[in-house]
Design a protein around this ligand. Sequence first.
Ligand SMILES: *Cc1c(COP(=O)(O)O)cnc(C)c1O
Length: 397
Amino acid sequence: MTETPTRIRAEIDLEAVRANVRALRAAAPTAQLMAVVKADGYGHGAVPCARAAREAGAAWLGTATPQEALALRAAGDTGPVLCWLWTPGGPWREAVEAGIDVSVSALWALREVAAAARASGRTARIHLKADTGLGRNGCAPADWAGLTAAARAAEARGTVRVTGLWSHFACADEPGHPSVTAQQSAFREALAVAEGCGLRPEVRHLANSPATLTLPDSHYDLVRTGVAVYGISPSPELGTPAEHGLRPAMTLRAALASVKRVPAGHGVSYGHRYTTTGETTLALVPAGYADGVPRHASGAGPVLVGGKWRQVAGRVAMDQFVVDLGADSAAPGDDAVLFGPGDGGEPTAEDWARAAGTIAYEIVTRIGARVPRVYLGKSGENDGDAGSGTDGGAGHG
Ligand SMILES: *Cc1c(COP(=O)(O)O)cnc(C)c1O
């Protein structure tokens, strides 16, 4: 259940999402673009971000789970959508009937999707996924010839159409990592095997955000961009968002819940891991780990209050944390900006990632269901549609 945005809100700048999609299309001018909106659009709201991405020319949407893809259809999206994280007994038939492209990495999945296609009287659109070295999902090289031949036979029977051949990088965010060229050559071999048995896909695709930004020869027919759509650099090593023409779309903002003077020697928050060194002013930020503020950023996370960066004083609790304002003053209700694009002097999600020992992907994706998303820059004709507005939509559970 979300709340009205007085305590805290995540402002999502949909014009930034559109501009990021345009910048990424310019970075991969020979390929189509898939906007990856899994995990509720990396915490930004899948439906409004998907709509903004489509408006800016994203030909495809991508999700991890079939449920996420079906939710896009339920919200009215009718374009190409791929989902790739399946388990036995998944909603194959619903996906086939909704015209969703599905990823297949193994014979069991090919059998299940073919059965769903027969039951629904439709041809399933499938993307065969090769493991070119990530060691996660994807068909191992030893099984690839068997999977591609079985898929070709299913095509001949009319149950499936192989619309895509694809794979995923392990280390595209580490420029020069030897696995990158090894995976590219493994992908070329996998394509040759598939094409050799007669498969003629609509799209071959390999690149995620870091590869889209740095490896033009990995673009093929389609690039799958996730984190960059939301204006976040895949890694500090690859430079700032601005260096790639990207702008962070999320600003996480809270209103101070308490401001008070306390004497020297006052312990702060659970465990008293912070003690005031002199008489000082403490301000309470009503946001905690239930809202996605990482507890690992205790004593370290940065917040803009009264024009200056402050640090979390002591532990982040479930619902709140404290900052020490020193000699400065503030009032309840004053703005506390945890992160944003950074050009208003506020920290960025990358700053929080460094403070918490994680990556910026995790900071935005874990913003909690309790935090209302407030959409800025909605295109006029979509005002009032499901999934937009300030209620956070239906997708944040
Ligand atoms: C999440 C994901 C992406 C997007 O990755 P980014 O680094 O966020 O661009 C692309 N492809 C697959 C298979 C994914 O799981």
